[in-house]
Design a protein around this ligand. Structure first.
Ligand SMILES: [Cu+2]
Length: 167
């Protein structure tokens, strides 16, 4: 039974370290700095960004994300140029994380779309969410909400009918 206090202490140390570095581990996957942007009052959608590094030898896949109590549902979106216009759409089948590689969700590219926000996201908020991977399973993460203009302003979203969808 002497192992139990030791294991508990180790877990506390690891948890403290993870909180400082703002990384999360799921098996061979390392999730780096999940973050979101503050939203204007009344906005129906928000965005989420993070990186996933695969230290294993086989591909994995980010299949779904939830941020309960904050958004009704979360979609994984990809952006692409179509007829010179940047559009976004759900990434069908999720996003692959190649072995030895990093999947980046960042402004202007792949991102999470938080649909049906219950309230505006405020800078400094911490949003608890869950990522689900095909092989690594589910992992709880925390999205840090940064300022409305944080990092890399995205290209203007000119998609018809998506005026509330500037991510
Ligand atoms: Cu989107």
């Amino acid at each position: 039974m002497r192992l139990i206090p030791f294991a508990t202490a180790t877990l506390i140390v690891l948890a403290t370290f993870a909180a400082q570095a703002h990384d999360f581990q799921a098996g061979v996957l390392k999730i780096g700095h999940p973050w979101s942007r503050a939203t204007p009052k009344g906005a129906a959608v928000g965005a989420g960004y993070l990186t996933v590094t695969n230290n294993g030898s086989v591909p994995d896949r980010l299949v779904s994300v939830s941020v309960p109590g904050v958004a009704d549902k979360v979609e994984v979106h990809e952006m692409s140029m179509k007829d010179g216009v940047m559009t976004m759409r759900p990434a069908s089948g999720g996003l692959i994380v190649p072995p030895g590689g990093t999947l980046s969700l960042a402004p202007g590219g792949y991102h999470l779309m938080l649909m049906g926000l219950k309230a505006a996201l405020k800078e400094g908020d911490r949003l608890k969410g869950t990522l689900v991977f095909e092989k690594a399973g589910s992992v709880d993460v925390v999205f840090n909400v940064e300022g409305m203009n944080a990092q890399h302003p995205p290209p203007d979203d000119k998609t018809p009918g998506m005026s509330d969808h500037k991510m």
